[in-house]
Design a protein around this ligand. Structure first.
Ligand SMILES: [Zn+2]
Ligand SMILES: [Zn+2]
Length: 333
């Protein structure tokens, strides 16, 4: 089979990824499914793995953690799916189920957790394995390419929205409007929220208007009304200040990204007093994924995708880094 490997992590322009044409397809271990990959989304985290911003966990790993596949084989004792079923593999690949965090329904914080496309080979390939207990059932009504970005961008955006504790019919601010944000905005709008979007780039602003944002401003602009909740999707620590200042009394700001540049000093009166809160978001639980994919089944989300052939994975990553497209790139084997 064909599969991409991170040969030597480094800037994507130096071709750290290599395509192998004659890899042996993996065999499913106990409890695992073998997936024939139908589509694999290209996420910014794949860029971090490829460029070495995240320390290597598995030498020569195959990236990719937004994987839509067909189950072609079941390992010993693997349940929940049959051959021929469609299944999704996401970033969270495994947790120990026994630590203090797992026991209190916070498996996203499990110190022993393993991740698809970092600790184990992912979906930049024709086949991959996934533990059946961590594979996802996929909502109907979407193409394979549209389903892929739901599995990371969608799920993480949903967790960030939950962490922001938006009240019923509340006012939500969204800072940065890429793949994850445009899905979270649609969930909030479907729940009756008023959504204000602050972002650079006319294309992103146009998309925000089309999806139903009440106002659209520049990256650090004050929204036209105080916010009950806000989510920072842009990986820019400077924006924490205007986002906190825009919150109404008791409002919450959640930070969606895995990386953020340094946050400048806060002023207690201006940014935190009146019980405003600042929260991070770390990975997601399987329950988040189930809830989000359930919502996506009930309410058709508009997903902007840019298909690339599997052989062009390195070009897709370079285009992502350079910001050459809106929405999500998806590899199709
Ligand atoms: Zn655990
Ligand atoms: Zn991701």
């Amino acid at each position: 089979m064909r599969a991409w490997h991170v040969e030597r992590p480094g800037p994507v322009t130096g071709h750290p990824l290599r395509l192998h044409n004659d890899d042996t397809a993996p065999r499913p271990g106990p409890g695992e499914l073998l997936l024939r990959v139908l589509a694999c989304g290209v996420c910014r985290t794949d860029l971090h793995v490829t460029e070495g911003d995240l320390p290597p966990h598995l030498p020569g790993v195959t990236p990719g953690h937004e994987v839509v596949g067909e189950v072609t084989e079941l390992g010993e004792g693997a349940g929940r799916f049959e051959t021929g079923d469609k299944a999704g593999a996401a970033w969270l690949r495994w947790t120990d189920n026994t630590c203090r965090y797992c026991r209190r329904q916070a498996e996203n914080l499990c110190p022993a957790s393993a991740y698809t496309g970092w600790d184990a080979d992912g979906g930049y390939a024709e086949y991959m394995t996934v533990p059946a207990a961590y594979a996802h059932r996929l909502p109907p009504g979407y193409s394979d390419a549209e389903l892929a970005p739901l599995l990371c961008a969608g799920i993480i955006g949903y967790r960030a929205l939950q962490r922001a504790e938006l009240p019923e019919g509340g006012r939500l601010g969204i800072y940065g409007f890429g793949g994850s944000a445009h899905l979270a905005a649609q969930v909030a709008l479907a729940r009756g929220a008023t959504v204000h979007v602050m972002t650079r780039g006319e294309q992103a602003r146009q998309l925000a208007r089309e999806l139903g944002a009440a106002s659209v401003g520049d990256a650090a602009d004050p929204p036209p009304e105080p916010l009950d909740a806000a989510i920072l999707f842009a990986p820019v620590g400077d924006l924490v200040l205007p986002a906190l200042a825009a919150l109404d009394r008791g409002g919450t700001l959640s930070i969606a990204g895995i990386h953020l540049t340094d946050i400048p000093p806060l002023n207690y009166e201006k940014h935190l007093f009146q019980e405003r809160q600042l929260r991070s978001v770390t990975s997601n639980t399987r329950a988040d994924a189930r809830e989000f994919l359930g919502l996506a089944a009930e309410h058709k989300l508009a997903v902007t995708v840019h298909p690339y052939p599997l052989d062009a994975a390195d070009r897709a990553l370079a285009d992502l880094k350079a910001g050459r497209f809106d929405g999500a790139a998806v590899l199709i084997p």
